[in-house]
Write a protein that binds this ligand. Structure first.
Ligand SMILES: [Zn+2]
Length: 404
């Protein structure tokens, strides 16, 4: 639970950047426009002759006859061809054309970013090394790889947004698939609405069976999907033994590892001194930079027995007692009580909202010892605290002590 100064500075800096950019969307639009222009000289086989395109709904892709427009339409047709509604396909196009790859060049590294292609595969080997990849960077093949990489995500998106508006689907695709550090949600939504209009989305309804087949066949060899299936995050079941991730955007252990590159955030013996020579971390930190602004949701069914502010470094925290002997604590992620969605006595199920991540990070701790008592072992690797990732991905069956 103890925080290290540089980590706070790092997280605080990111937070500040997020808020500044959110506050000045106009500036953000200019920045993205500049990025597009500055990298327009990249070699690329798409034959795109356009020079610059603003993010949101104002890019050259909205003008018929341009290469970018053809690519956007192809992208839209791919997803409706998989059974998605016009609004769902528009939501995906909106994410790509609005923010991720505003010039819709098929294979280009965005300036300042490390991602490649329409979906900003990061690193690009995520695309090139996938068994489904034919290395063509075509619209169809990049999209095939998206399904192969995250069949569970695609299916969730489809099931959750079958009758949603383009703005809603744009937000859902952003949350489920893109999981950006900085959202630019308005630009994704504006582009989605534009795509919906110019590509005639209103006349295309979702077709269940087709996407079901597509997801099913694409699931081969996806470890992350297997993990997804092994972990109930649906939130609508009453099975008390289930475990889920604290953010709905997380589908697998790998997503967490990708999102938490700093060793200091991991559970167990870490590489840095957390104070007084202590290198032990009694939980797992989920960073603001990756999950900020998103809902923190219950990882296990139980009863909220404590909502309090503690000045020992836990800040606002929510402690939950589960019927099967587990305790869960959600700490440090909430700047104020108003960021919390629960009160003492509330019963929560996996996936129910605990609050919104406004602090530098969420510290998640799990133990079979009551939380206040377990606090005594915050700096001791004595088996009191378990590795949340092991417990969640193992469905709680793993009761091993921390890795050495
Ligand atoms: Zn922590």
């Amino acid at each position: 639970m103890k925080k290290k100064k540089w980590l706070l500075l790092f997280s605080g800096g990111i937070t500040t950047v997020v808020f500044v950019i959110l506050g000045f969307i106009a500036i953000a639009a200019i920045v993205i426009g500049l990025e597009t222009m500055s990298s327009s000289c990249d070699s690329d086989s798409s034959g795109d002759t356009t020079t610059a395109s603003a993010g949101g709904a104002g890019g050259s892709w909205t003008q018929s006859g341009t290469e970018a427009n053809k690519t956007a339409k192809e992208l839209f047709d791919y997803w409706t061809g998989k059974g998605m509604s016009g609004a769902q396909a528009a939501g995906i196009v909106g994410n790509v054309a609005g923010v991720e790859d505003t010039s819709l060049e098929l294979h280009k590294q965005e300036s300042g970013g490390s991602g490649q292609g329409l979906y900003q595969f990061t690193p690009d080997s995520k695309y090139t090394n996938n068994p489904k990849s034919d290395q063509s960077w075509s619209v169809q093949n990049q999209s095939d790889v998206v399904i192969a990489l995250e069949p569970g995500t695609v299916k969730s998106f489809f099931n959750q947004t079958k009758s949603s508006s383009p703005s809603e689907t744009a937000e859902r695709w952003m949350t489920l698939y893109e999981r950006p550090g900085i959202p630019h949600l308005e630009m994704r939504q504006a582009a989605a609405e534009k795509a919906y209009t110019i590509f005639g989305g209103a006349s295309i309804a979702a077709k269940d069976s087709i996407l079901g087949d597509a997801s099913g066949t694409a699931a081969t060899g996806s470890a992350s999907d297997a993990e997804t299936l092994g972990c109930s995050t649906s939130g609508d079941t009453s099975s008390s033994g289930a475990w889920g991730w604290p953010f709905k955007a997380i589908k697998s252990k790998q997503d967490v590892m990708n999102g938490s590159p700093l060793d200091s955030q991991h559970y167990g013996m870490t590489s840095y001194d957390r104070g007084g020579g202590n290198h032990y971390h009694d939980g797992w930190d989920f960073q603001q930079a990756t999950w900020g602004g998103q809902n923190v949701v219950a990882v296990h069914d139980g009863t909220v027995y404590k909502v309090a502010y503690s000045s020992d470094g836990r800040d606002w925290h929510v402690d939950v007692k589960s019927d099967d002997g587990w305790y869960e604590t959600y700490q440090e992620g909430f700047l104020s009580k108003s960021d919390l969605a629960v009160k003492e006595g509330d019963k929560v199920k996996v996936g129910d909202k605990i609050g919104t991540l406004t602090g530098t990070h969420l510290h998640l701790g799990v133990s079979k010892t009551e939380i206040e008592k377990a606090q005594n072992s915050w700096n001791k690797d004595d088996g009191t605290w378990k590795n949340p990732l092991d417990i969640i991905s193992g469905g709680g069956s793993s009761d091993s002590s921390s890795p050495k």
